[in-house]
Ligand binder design. Structure first.
Ligand SMILES: O=C(O)CCC(=O)C(=O)O
Ligand SMILES: [Fe+2]
Length: 195
């Protein structure tokens, strides 16, 4: 039998971001919302603590257990495929719990920031690939656009079940939500530090 490659593609393109449509069904998104809302929620913080000039939202944390392991597995598979196609970063797993986030209509937002790659970051192993799963449909909220500023400014589609992946060193933001609720599940894949 001759060799048959199952690698996604012989090369990678290092693009600004990649998406995976319908990564989760509507029912699965609703189950993630149920799990996220059932945990204690906190005012979201940044490295320096809670700072509503930079970030305003509520979040809870989903640790790995028998109810959540399917989410870790699915996100792990999606990240492996997208990373193989687009970046080929050395990533080994999740270093933090999954972050369930809710942006209320009180202009909740998260201004321009990066998730990893900053000089002062000391997480070990560091965040290398960020992913956000959209848990709300476009019709459920106004404002709240997710944007990435890399080789150019990208405004991502609002679609329930859509997974967006991007290198953690890329600038990104969530614009203020002016009506309804925007919900997301944010995860970080880590690995050996970039060289
Ligand atoms: O809510 C989102 O989709 C992304 C939030 C974000 O960038 C973060 O929590 O680091
Ligand atoms: Fe972020």
């Amino acid at each position: 039998m001759s060799y048959y490659s199952i690698l996604p593609h012989p090369t990678f393109d290092g693009r600004d971001y990649a998406t995976w449509e319908d990564g989760f069904t509507e029912e699965e998104c609703n189950e993630i919302i149920r799990l996220g809302e059932s945990k204690d929620s906190f005012n979201s913080s940044v490295t320096s603590g809670v700072d509503t000039g930079i970030r305003k939202s509520l979040n809870s944390w989903l640790s790995v257990n028998k109810d959540t392991e399917w989410i870790y597995q699915r996100l792990g598979n999606i990240s492996r495929c997208l990373n193989g196609l687009h970046w080929r970063f050395e990533i080994s797993g999740f270093n933090e719990d999954l972050q369930y986030t809710r942006y209320n209509s009180d202009k909740s937002f998260y201004g321009w920031h990066i998730d990893g790659g900053g000089e002062s970051k000391s997480e070990n192993p560091p965040r290398k690939l960020s992913m956000t799963l959209q848990l709300s449909e476009a019709s459920e909220y106004e404002g709240g656009d997710f944007q990435i500023h890399a080789s150019k400014l990208h405004t991502l589609p609002k679609k329930k079940g859509l997974v967006i992946a991007f290198p953690s060193y890329c600038l990104h933001q969530v614009q203020p939500v002016t009506s309804g609720y925007r919900r997301s599940l944010v995860v970080w894949l880590c690995g050996t530090a970039f060289k």
